[in-house]
Ligand binder design. Structure first.
Ligand code: GCW
Length: 657
């Protein structure tokens, strides 16, 4: 096995006296076997002694038992000098309790007596993989797929380690294929791939994970040989029902489908003049008998825009496509909404559908594949961003209306909702390309299970588990992680304007990369101003929010400064809250961003003898690249603006002309 164990790389617990544990339970089954296997791996590595199976005098029993009062995925750990007990609502809760206990032990938090009880914040905690069947990964920055190669499904030892890794942070659903369902991927639904999918799902089941597939809405035509995929056509409905019957009967832990429809060339109900509610509900009927779920994406917009058209606004479109359908979706449909209205830029406002939909199951879609945030070659720890978004008050109701309240279904009685993230894994040795990018994967899962955790708490856990809890390692890596998103934002496209990347690859600075293109993402820089007016005087996007947000975003004076250029067209001589002109503010932040990366690199270099050499070197190389690349960002953006305005930097720093 030529890959790392990431945060499950158990190591000796310092100062722990040798302890013999015994594993005791009446329970049986595949999840219990995996729990035993985990203890058998972890305890000898941490305490130097193999645990005993069954009660034995002179040992410390770890007792696993069920208490059906608890939620299936909840657990309680009680530890005193004589024993440790883990209680849960079902086997999967015992598994989560096991990983939690091992985490406490590894991070040195299990020496005293304690009791903890946790229950998941979000019902669905989902991984969205954009893996293609030829082995490539759309927006994949960590090598090739470990699910597919050469149009085949791969099931091997890594599948198990994948499932284990996901379960260790509480992820309970995995969509293994890309939402763009092309080439042979539509056939994942059919007999052709059934055998390996059954095998894979069986492994997943042992770790409490449901298997989901992305499906092509045109499947009845592409796969079923029908002449239509119209959701209101009887034959189409029967085809989906039969298909679902087979797949759910073969795969007991099959979860349902993720659907990208009428988006970026993917087929959808619009082709037949049907609504997205009609499309989604037809699929929902087909999966309902088996408790299945349809996750329907709201990333629907016109990607054929003319740059000369200054009225059409991509940011407005997702909301407009779905708001009228509020209340029309079946209860086993979840709308999956990207965190922002455009596309995972380093800074976007929270998607207005969260404040708008009142009778619809919602799920948030984050992206930990860092498509626009350095593609896992830059460090960009995204948990501070996720924290801000989840805590954002949407004004959907009077209270309990932060994004996290809405997607967790708390106080709304929704049971189908949760959090998803586009994944950052591949078959690279370290799973995530950049070793530090694993913090985003770890963090996403932890946050989805426990949505009140802070980015700092999550970082501390992850660092201690990954690199050990030596104080300088803890301190420096924590600082690097916490500085990284703000630093990236500073040297990137400024103040929410986004893009400025090379077309298609989305990597590297290119101020005009999308300026005259059809994708609806324009900065409209002139010699005197920058930005797109999305206020009520412009495209009207600000008015998609409830009050008081609509008014706040509508005025330059009250718009949060970090989003200034998302919402407004602003003159370069506009005075910012810091007292600088907008132009000078942009110059400054671009210089600062690079300085931050220099500091991050120095902090990493001081850890040379404290981090496992291969991992140290991998990160070092990427951080050196990041430094050079951040300079490229700084210089391209500053030079572009200097050429346009001919106003030099007030501090006389080098801007190229
Ligand atoms: O912006 C885009 C990405 C596409 C992706 C799409 C989506 C899977 O660049 O690669 O397609 O978002 O979210 O559907």
């Amino acid at each position: 096995m030529d890959y790392t164990k990431v945060w499950l790389n158990y190591r000796p617990v310092k100062s722990a006296s040798a302890q013999v544990f015994s594993l005791c339970t009446q329970e049986k089954g595949p999840i219990i076997d995996n729990i035993f296997a985990e203890f058998d791996t972890a305890l000898p590595a941490m305490y130097g002694i193999v645990p005993v199976h069954g009660y034995k005098d002179g040992t410390i029993p770890i007792e696993l038992s069920l208490d059906t009062v608890l939620h299936a995925e909840a657990y309680r750990i009680e530890k005193n000098e004589k024993k440790i007990s883990i209680t849960a609502g079902a086997h999967v809760g015992l598994l989560y309790g096991t990983f939690a206990l091992l985490r406490f032990m590894q991070t040195g938090k299990a020496s005293a007596d304690f009791t903890v009880e946790k229950s998941p914040s979000n019902p669905l905690r989902m991984a969205n993989h954009w893996d293609n069947m030829d082995g490539s990964i759309e927006r994949g920055y960590s090598g090739k797929s470990f699910f597919f190669a050469d149009d085949k499904v791969i099931v091997n030892e890594r599948t198990r380690d994948y499932a284990r890794m996901m379960a260790s942070v509480g992820i309970n659903a995995s969509v293994i294929n890309n939402v763009n369902v092309r080439f042979s991927a539509p056939f994942l639904l059919t007999e052709r791939y059934r055998k390996p999918l059954i095998e894979m799902a069986k492994i997943f089941a042992g770790y409490g994970i449901k298997l989901f597939l992305s499906v092509n809405f045109a499947s009845p035509v592409r796969v079923g040989g029908l002449d239509t995929a119209d959701p209101l056509d009887k034959n189409v409905q029967v085809w989906w029902r039969d298909t679902c019957k087979d797949i759910f009967e073969d795969i007991p832990n099959f979860g349902g489908f993720l659907v990208k429809a009428d988006s970026e060339g993917e087929f959808g109900p619009f082709a037949y003049g049907r609504t997205h509610a009609e499309g989604a509900n037809m699929l929902a009927d087909a999966v309902r008998p088996y408790g299945g779920i349809i996750v329907w994406r709201c990333f629907v917009y016109n990607c054929q825009q003319d740059w000369r058209d200054n009225i059409t606004d991509r940011a407005c479109q997702s909301y407009l496509n779905f708001i009228e359908l509020d209340g029309k979706f079946a209860d086993n449909v979840i709308l999956q909404i990207k965190n922002g209205p455009v596309d995972f830029q380093v800074r976007e406002p929270v998607h207005p559908l969260f404040g708008g939909l009142k009778h619809t199951n919602m799920m948030i879609e984050f992206q930990i594949a860092q498509e626009y945030t350095g593609q896992q070659r830059h460090v960009c720890y995204l948990l501070p961003e996720f924290r801000e978004i989840l805590d954002f008050k949407t004004y959907n109701g009077e209270e309990f209306d932060t994004v996290k309240d809405l997607v967790s279904g708390k106080n709304y009685g929704y049971k189908n909702c949760g959090m998803a993230a586009v994944m950052n894994t591949g078959n690279d040795k370290n799973w995530t390309g950049h070793d530090l990018a694993a913090a985003n994967l770890y963090g996403f899962g932890r946050l989805a299970y426990e949505d009140t955790l802070t980015p700092e708490e999550i970082a501390q856990e992850w660092i201690a588990l990954t690199f050990g809890n030596e104080s300088q390692v803890m301190e420096n890596v924590q600082k690097i992680l916490m500085m990284s998103w703000p630093a990236y934002e500073k040297y990137n496209a400024p103040l929410g304007i986004g893009w400025m990347v090379n077309p298609n690859v989305h990597f590297g600075p290119n101020v005009d990369g999308y300026e005259y293109d059809r994708w609806g993402t324009y900065h409209r820089i002139s010699h005197s101003a920058i930005g797109r007016d999305r206020s009520s005087r412009g495209t009207g996007y600000s008015q998609q929010y409830p009050e008081p947000l609509a008014s706040m975003y509508d005025q330059i004076e009250t718009c949060p400064e970090e989003l200034l250029l998302f919402f407004h067209r602003v003159r370069f001589d506009h005075i910012m809250s810091t007292g600088e002109t907008l132009l000078q503010y942009i110059y400054n932040t671009h210089f600062e961003g690079v300085e931050d990366v220099e500091k991050m690199l120095t902090m990493w270099e001081t850890l040379k003898d404290k981090i496992e050499p291969e991992s140290y070197a991998r990160v070092l190389e990427r951080m050196q690249f990041q430094l050079e690349h951040s300079k490229e960002w700084r210089d391209r953006i500053n030079t572009y603006l200097y050429r346009m305005t001919e106003i030099p930097d007030a501090k006389g720093r080098k801007i190229y002309d």
